[in-house]
Ligand binder design. Sequence first.
Ligand SMILES: Cc1cc2nc3c(=O)[nH]c(=O)nc-3n(C[C@H](O)[C@H](O)[C@H](O)COP(=O)(O)O)c2cc1C
Length: 216
Amino acid sequence: MSHVNQHISQLREDFMKSELSENGIQKSPDLQFEQWMKNAVESKVNEFQAFNLCTVSKEHKPSSRIVYLREFGDNLFYFYTNYNSKKAIEISLNKNVCLTFFWPELERQIRIEGTIEFAEKEKSDAYFNHRPLESRIGAWSSPQSNPIKDRNALEQLVEENTEKFKDQHIERPEFWGGYKITAHYYEFWQGRKSRLHDRIAFTLENNNWKIERLAP
Ligand SMILES: Cc1cc2nc3c(=O)[nH]c(=O)nc-3n(C[C@H](O)[C@H](O)[C@H](O)COP(=O)(O)O)c2cc1C
């Protein structure tokens, strides 16, 4: 066994920081999400707005990657990306997605399941227009998820677009914008001692949130 394999097979760390109970949890998951988000901001959790987004292909093959949450509220979650990317192609064929946040500093995980659609065009425009110049040019220049010849080819596209858009307003490309996820399931996970973690799930049933504790 390699040194690293031996190391990870023997690693045992207890989670001791906090607990989550049916009494302490908010009655609606978007409020609970907001509260944990606030805790993450206050605790300066590294990359707290990054989440793992899982999509599923037409052939039922899942794929996942990290993206940044840019807005949330009322059980809606927004992120921005390229509409020709691998994730976008999968989304166009299957609207079911799931999101996972992991905040080691707080020993917390949040899992969310929902359905996805394009964000409102005005929202995508507003978000794009507030991005730094380099990011706007980057969006125009990257054929995200497609093979490219080499690093140079990408840098050349950036150079060409920098020249093309010099002293001009840069419109949001049609192929770039936001997605909006509507959540119908949440699970809040708080690490506890001896792997006896707290897990509280909210499932939307007939417009009501059913709350259940799950075994760790
Ligand atoms: C911390 C972090 C944040 C990221 N945020 C985004 C994002 O907001 N939007 C995005 O398109 N890609 C983001 N990426 C890159 C994606 O993980 C991924 O490489 C890219 O979206 C292409 O994914 P796809 O080929 O599955 O479509 C981020 C990566 C990391 C590590």
